[in-house]
Design a protein around this ligand. Structure first.
Ligand code: SF4
Ligand code: SF4
Length: 108
C-alpha cells in the first residue's frame, strides 16, 4: 500500500508535499507530481501538506481515480525525483478543483 497523488494536482504544482517526504518518494513531471509506491512508507506527512487535498492512501482512492494509481507507479519510474519546494504555477489557484483534469496531464 502507498499514498497516491490524484488528478487535482495537475496544473497546480505547489510542491509542499515533496519537501516533507522523508524518503524522497515524489517525482516531478511537466505539470504533475507522483509518488513512487515502492518508496512511500505511508507516513502521511504529505497529506496535510498538500493544500489542494490531492493525496490519498491507495486503498481509499475512488473507482473514478483508479487510473491515477497506475499513473503514479508508472510515471514515478520515468520522471526525476523532487525533494525541495519550488514556486507553483502562477494560475495554480484557478486550476484547483477544476473537474476532469486527467485530460490535461502532460507526460513529457
Ligand atoms: S502539494 Fe498537492 S497539489 Fe501541490 S504538488 Fe504536491 S500533491 Fe500536487
Ligand atoms: S506518505 Fe510519507 S512517505 Fe509516502 S509520499 Fe507521503 S510523505 Fe512520502
Amino acid at each position: 500500500m502507498a499514498h497516491v497523488v490524484l488528478d487535482n494536482c495537475i496544473n497546480c504544482k505547489y510542491t509542499y508535499c515533496a519537501e516533507v517526504c522523508p524518503v524522497e518518494a515524489f517525482h516531478e513531471g511537466p505539470n504533475f507530481l507522483v509518488i513512487d509506491p515502492e518508496a512511500c512508507i505511508d507516513c502521511m506527512l504529505c497529506v496535510p501538506a498538500c493544500i489542494t487535498g490531492s493525496i490519498m492512501e491507495e486503498r481509499d482512492v475512488p473507482h473514478s481515480q483508479r487510473s491515477m494509481v497506475r499513473a503514479n507507479a508508472m510515471l514515478s519510474q520515468q520522471w526525476p525525483s523532487i525533494i525541495e519546494r519550488k514556486p507553483a504555477f502562477p494560475d495554480a489557484e484557478e486550476w484547483d478543483k477544476v473537474p476532469g483534469k486527467r485530460r490535461f496531464l502532460e507526460m513529457w
